[in-house]
Design a binder for this molecule. Structure first.
Ligand code: FAD
Ligand code: SF4
Length: 486
């Protein structure tokens, strides 16, 4: 007779939290491979069995997708992996991606009831295990609709928001055409996030499934350059804008015009392209390669962490992070800070650049010590410079990771009536994901500002459901099944 659920769960007192095997830092520093292994089946079952099956699952509440975590943990602990996968996939379009790169310490795992005292359940790693098992077992299927609906939807942007929407809309029978200015699908999953956090093959595998399901991709197509928004609206019944936010924030300091002072995303994109085997002249010339250099990264978010850890792997002489607040107040995931420290990154807390100096290229950064003063309007303590505290750091590659803002989309898309918020993000009706333009929807970072993959997936799914309802509800609408060149 099979074991009952109760003997298989609630084992958090007897069993310690054990994340999957993490490669040692010395080996990690030498390559761009993912740093965690995927659980073996017995490890996943044991870790899933630690779930306390509590009455109010705070993990689920704090997961943006409200994944049914306690149930798929229970199914994993019981060895019912196909059902576990079906349950995980019911709420998440890309569980294997979230399992790898969600900041679980701030979301599901950080809110696990047994976190205090016992260590939370390794939810993300179990989610990855379930979905990798599903791929290996052939349970993951392309989106194949029961019937074609005769409607056509354009999705602009093949990041996680656009791809999640594409999967859902195609599954509901709409013709889906995804337009992206890049040559690969994935958005920041491919060109921002480094391979050591998310192997690019994991993203390519999803693209292949979408293609198999009949989603049409138009790569190298930039809205605004290759068509206006109105032209795209004329070709399709609905348009979803999921173009992300890419305008790098800058700081005005003496010396910012010097060479070898680069934007984080330029640096990461070059590294990711190199890893994918592309020709990258700016990397080969050394301009975007940290090898042998004293690297200083400015910023304290996840992008900064990715730059630091990329520089380590490229063979930098030294890698330092300047952040103007302290460790407790940094926006990046603590887990990523710990990984960076293990790999040899030096963090200089409460420190901000004052000026860059050099001949044609940067040679040093003048840094000022900071202290935290009274809270500002956001409630965070405002950093204030400490007079006379300046010091110098040698630097021959400075990477600015200060965050991103949206581009001016109404101007870019020749759509002056497209409404934006005060921050330049697209304004939508939260209930329908529709912008002020009829049949034009938006999702992901371009609505929220720079955020997380899991939120982009949530927004993409929500927008897809709204588009589906809107298309179904528009009585007498003439569907535009125009075939455009791929
Ligand atoms: C370096 C870095 C590391 C990150 N690490 C993490 C992490 O570990 N975990 C996490 O959850 N989140 C992380 N994020 C955030 C996460 O990547 C984003 O929140 C998420 O990718 C947003 O998804 P999106 O689909 O809205 O936009 P994007 O992923 O930015 O995709 C937008 C797509 O639109 C395309 N596009 C833009 N303009 C046009 C146009 N005019 N015409 C056609 N196509 C266009 C782009 O080429 C791109 O493919 C990270 C971000 C960065 C920059
Ligand atoms: S999607 Fe992210 S937050 Fe939700 S359960 Fe998975 S890892 Fe946790």
């Amino acid at each position: 007779m099979g074991k009952t659920v109760t003997t298989e769960l609630l084992r958090f007192i007897a069993l310690d939290r054990e994340p999957p095997e993490k490669r040692v830092a010395a080996a990690r520093r030498r390559d761009f491979d993912e740093i965690y292994e995927v659980f073996a089946p017995d490890e996943a079952a044991a870790q899933a069995s630690r779930c306390s099956q509590c009455g109010i699952p705070f993990c689920q509440v704090h997961c943006p997708l409200h994944n049914n975590i306690p149930d798929w943990l229970m199914l994993t602990a019981s060895g019912r992996l196909e059902e576990a996968y079906e349950m995980a996939a019911a709420t998440n379009s890309f569980p294997e991606i979230c399992g790898r790169i969600c900041p679980q310490d701030r979301l599901c795992e950080g809110n696990c009831v047994i976190e205090k005292g016992f260590g939370g359940v390794t939810i993300g790693a179990v989610e990855t295990f379930i979905t990798e098992t599903a791929f290996a077992s052939g349970w993951v299927k392309p989106p194949r609709p029961a019937a074609e609906r005769g409607s056509s939807v354009a999705i602009v942007g093949a990041g996680p928001a656009g791809l999640a929407a594409a999967e859902r809309l195609r599954g509901k029978g709409h013709r889906v055409e995804v337009y992206d200015r890049y040559d690969r699908a994935g958005g920041l999953l491919v060109y921002g996030i480094p391979n050591f956090k998310l192997d690019k093959r994991v993203v390519a595998r999803r693209e292949a499934l979408l293609l198999d399901g009949g989603v049409i991709f138009h790569k190298g197509f930039a809205l605004g350059r290759d068509a206006t928004l109105d032209e795209l609206r004329a070709r399709h019944d609905a348009v979803l804008i999921a173009t992300g936010v890419y305008k790098a924030r800058e700081i005005a300091l003496p010396g910012v015009g010097l060479g070898n002072l680069v934007a984080a995303l330029d640096y990461l994109t070059a590294s990711n392209r190199k890893g994918l085997g592309d020709a990258v002249p700016a990397f080969d010339s050394g301009a975007l390669d940290a090898r042998g250099k004293d690297v200083v990264v400015i910023g304290g978010g996840d992008t900064a962490m990715d730059c630091l850890r990329t520089a380590v792997r490229q063979g930098a002489r030294s890698v330092k992070c300047l952040y103007r607040r302290d460790r407790a107040n940094m926006p990046g995931s603590m887990r990523e800070v710990a990984h960076a420290e293990e790999e040899g990154v030096e963090f200089i807390w409460l420190a901000a650049p004052e000026a860059f100096a050099g001949d044609e290229v940067v040679r040093e950064v003048r840094v000022q010590r900071m202290r935290l003063g009274a809270p500002d309007s956001s409630g965070r303590q405002r950093p204030q410079p400490i007079a006379g505290s300046s010091f110098r750091l040698p630097c021959d590659l400075a990477i600015m990771a200060l965050g991103f803002d949206p581009d001016d989309l109404p101007a870019m898309f020749a759509a002056p009536d497209l409404e934006t918020t005060g921050w330049g993000t697209l304004k939508i009706d939260r209930a329908t994901s529709m912008t002020n333009l009829d049949g034009v929807f938006a999702a992901g970072d371009i609505v929220r500002g720079a955020s997380l993959v899991v939120w982009a997936i949530k927004d993409g799914r929500d927008a897809a459901d709204s588009i589906d309802a809107w298309l179904g509800g528009v009585v007498g609408r003439t569907m535009k099944t125009v075939v455009t060149a791929a």
